[in-house]
Design a protein around this ligand. Structure first.
Ligand code: SAM
Length: 227
């Protein structure tokens, strides 16, 4: 059985977990890298990797059985520009992002992250200040961060955090507050579910700006509420 929701603040999911560098993940590690955070069963990324062989695609997911199933699909197809890793993105990606070669990371996507509605659970949201600081540090100027959700209460805090960082700008001409279309060529599984029901999707595309990252603004607040 795969649990619907995992508490990323549980002691198990707070453990340090070293993630392999791109050279150990991909045959052509020098290709631009797309990182999809919270990839779930990974079918979106599987289809994208088939369609977009000019990039490597890495999906990270906190529910291990989904990662195992996704990896089995990938291996069955023999795709070498795609990998899935089990980890808590909020905790385990920072060091890995910091060790990437300059310019390698082309795109980070966070699509339909789990919504945590209660104020006391806000620390369970995947995009926390240290992770955003690491993303901002790893993305070269002009490289992209894409966020989308069907839940305003999930995307608005992410948007507020990104905009407060001063590290990102929206492409000129993008509709506000929400972009009118998906810049990616394929929908995720959650996106298809939402669109099939005629429900709204809130999307924002950001580009890393040229300014040095004011990382001190992104220091985590005192940790509140572990369960
Ligand atoms: C609502 S699903 C969306 C899945 C997919 N992105 C989509 O759009 O179809 C959110 C996914 O993020 C995963 N997730 C939540 N917190 C995470 C974390 N801290 N690290 C990695 N994955 C996480 C969940 O387990 C879940 O599979």
């Amino acid at each position: 059985m795969v649990r619907q929701h995992v508490n990323p603040l549980s002691s198990f999911h707070q453990l340090p977990r070293a993630l392999p560098p791109p050279a150990e993940l991909f045959t052509a590690a020098e290709l631009p890298l797309h990182l999809d955070i919270g990839c779930a069963r990974g079918r979106f990324l599987l289809a994208l990797a088939r369609q977009d062989p000019g990039r490597n695609h890495l999906g990270v997911e906190i529910r291990r059985p989904l990662v195992q199933a996704a990896e089995a699909d990938r291996q069955a197809e023999g795709l070498t520009n795609l990998r899935y890793l089990f980890c808590n993105a909020t905790i385990n990606l920072q060091h890995w992002l910091g060790a990437l070669p300059t310019g390698r990371l082309a795109l980070v996507s966070i699509q339909f992250p789990d919504p945590w509605f209660k104020q006391k659970h806000r620390k369970r949201q995947v995009l926390q200040p240290p992770l955003l600081a690491a993303i901002a540090g790893a993305l070269a100027s002009g490289h992209e961060l894409f966020l989308q959700s069907d839940v305003l209460g999930a995307i608005e805090p992410m948007v507020a955090l990104v905009e407060a960082s001063g590290c990102f700008e929206r492409p000129e001409g993008d509709a506000r507050p929400w972009r009118s279309d998906n810049p990616l060529p394929l929908p995720t599984e959650r996106e298809t579910y939402v669109l099939d029901r005629g429900l709204p999707v809130y999307r924002v595309l950001y580009r890393r700006n040229a300014a040095p990252a004011p990382l001190s603004q992104l220091e985590p607040e005192a940790n509140g509420g572990g369960s």
